[in-house]
Structure formats: C-alpha cells, structure tokens
Design a protein around this ligand. Structure first.
Ligand code: ATP
Ligand code: MG
Length: 230
C-alpha cells in the first residue's frame, strides 16, 4: 500500500537525568510504544540477582559502563520479543561499538531506526532533578518530588508497591556518570548525524510536545495510537 504508516523505531539519547525514562513513559502511554530501557533491564536483573545482574552490579553502582558484550546480547534478546510493534530504545546504544552491533541486529530483523532524538537539558539543573527522583523498579516508572510526585509519598501510583531511590543517584556517582556520558556522547551523535533531531528544554513538560511533533511530522499518525493525550 502506498500510504503504509511506518512503525516507530525511535532512539532516545541524552545525558543522565535528561528525562529519557519520563519521556518514554509518556510515549508508551500516549502511543502504545514498547519501551526498551537498558538501565531498567539492568536494575531488574540486579534486583532479581540473575547472572547478568551479578556481572553488572558493580559497574552500575560505580556509574561505570557495563561491558559492551553484556549489553549487546541483552538488547538482542529483547528485540526478539518486540516483533513488529512501535518501539523505542532508551539508554542503548551508549558506545559506537554498541551502535554498530545494533545496526547489524536491526538490519537482520529489517527494522531500521527511523528517528533519533537527542534530549538537551542544562546540566546545572540536572543534579537537583536526580536527587528528587524516585523509581518503581519492576516497571521503571519515574517520579520526581518537584515535577511529578506520586499520589502517595513513597508508593507507585499504579501498583501501590514501594518506590526507591537509585543508589547511583548520589552526587559522587552522578559525577562519574556524567563524565562517562561526555566521553561517549560525541562519537555516538556523530554515528547518527544523519537522523538525529535535537530537542531542548528545562523540564520534561517543555520537551515532550517537541518529541510528539517530530514523530507526527516524520511518520504520520502512529498505528495503534491512543489518541487521548495527557
Ligand atoms: P537516566 O536514567 O537518568 O537517564 P542514566 O542514563 O545514567 O540516567 P541508566 O540508563 O538507567 O541511567 O543506566 C544506569 C547504569 O546502567 C549506567 O550508569 C551503566 O552502569 C549501566 N548502563 C545502562 N545502559 C548501558 C549501556 N548501554 N552500556 C553500558 N552500561 C549501561
Ligand atoms: Mg533512564
């Protein structure tokens, strides 16, 4: 068919605390996009003490990058399950090596990326944001005590389960994560220079409409889109 609507294959890039998880949650809710977050997957593996969790635990605690081979096989496995749905990647790839591996996997399943969004948030406001951050580990849902607090303090809105603060959301570990990010960001953005779109703002509320506009402009309405936006 000539008017076939392309499924969304989105990659979100941005420094730690730039709101990748928050934006992903909104896209999931408003467009039914499957959210693949390397950080969420690692934290779940660490909580469940799987072999991968044991291998990754110390790197994550220190704010260091987990070795490429572990991440590449983790995401490959996830991509087998997404099928022909709309999906977005958050936190992967983080290195050019990972990006090359992803390109190869996506070629194999014939689902090339069609949008890469780079979130740009001023660094001076990010530390406060992550200090105010609480997460629900099983789902990856993110709350912020100033911007979007849970309805009941310390409790996930949907499941009623307890929220936690990430052990790597301390000023010390955050500094390491930011340094890691800076070392990796330019080569990665360079790899995607032909498809990357920059969006900028101080809050996720400022940035979200820009992402939505980009998606609609480039891909038209999404199949299965939930049209009641929040
Ligand atoms: P935020 O969630 O605030 O955007 P972030 O991007 O630093 O911050 P996550 O993406 O949740 O956080 O990642 C947490 C940790 O998991 C990283 O510090 C790193 O140790 C590990 N990690 C996640 N994704 C990767 C990856 N693609 N390659 C290597 N390590 C990763
Ligand atoms: Mg995240």
């Amino acid at each position: 068919p000539t008017n076939a609507i392309q499924p969304l294959r989105l990659l979100l890039i941005g420094c730690p605390g730039s709101g990748k998880g928050t934006q992903s949650g909104r896209l999931e809710k408003n467009f039914g996009v499957s959210h693949l977050s390397s950080g969420d997957l690692l934290r779940r593996n660490i909580t469940e003490n799987t072999l991968l969790g044991q291998q990754a635990r110390q790197y994550v605690a220190d704010g260091k990058l987990v070795p490429d081979n572990l991440l590449i096989s983790l995401i490959d496995k996830e991509l087998l399950h997404v099928g022909n749905t709309n999906w977005l990647l958050d936190g992967f790839p983080r290195t050019v090596n990972q990006a090359l591996a992803l390109d190869a996997s996506l070629n194999r399943i014939m689902q090339p990326l069609n949008l890469v969004i780079n979130l740009q948030v001023p660094e001076d406001i990010i530390l406060q944001r992550i200090m105010d951050r609480w997460i629900h580990i099983p789902s990856g849902r993110v709350y912020n005590l100033s911007y979007n607090p849970p309805r009941v303090a310390g409790v996930d809105d949907i499941t009623g389960e307890p929220l936690s603060q990430r052990p790597d959301d301390t000023p010390e570990v955050f500094k390491v994560r930011l340094e890691q990010h800076h070392a990796m960001a330019l080569p990665l953005l360079d790899h995607y220079q032909n498809v990357v779109v920059n969006v900028r703002g101080n809050t996720s509320d400022e940035i979200y409409p820009q992402i939505e506009k980009e998606i609609v402009n480039r891909l038209g309405a999404l199949p299965g889109a939930h049209l009641t936006h929040t």
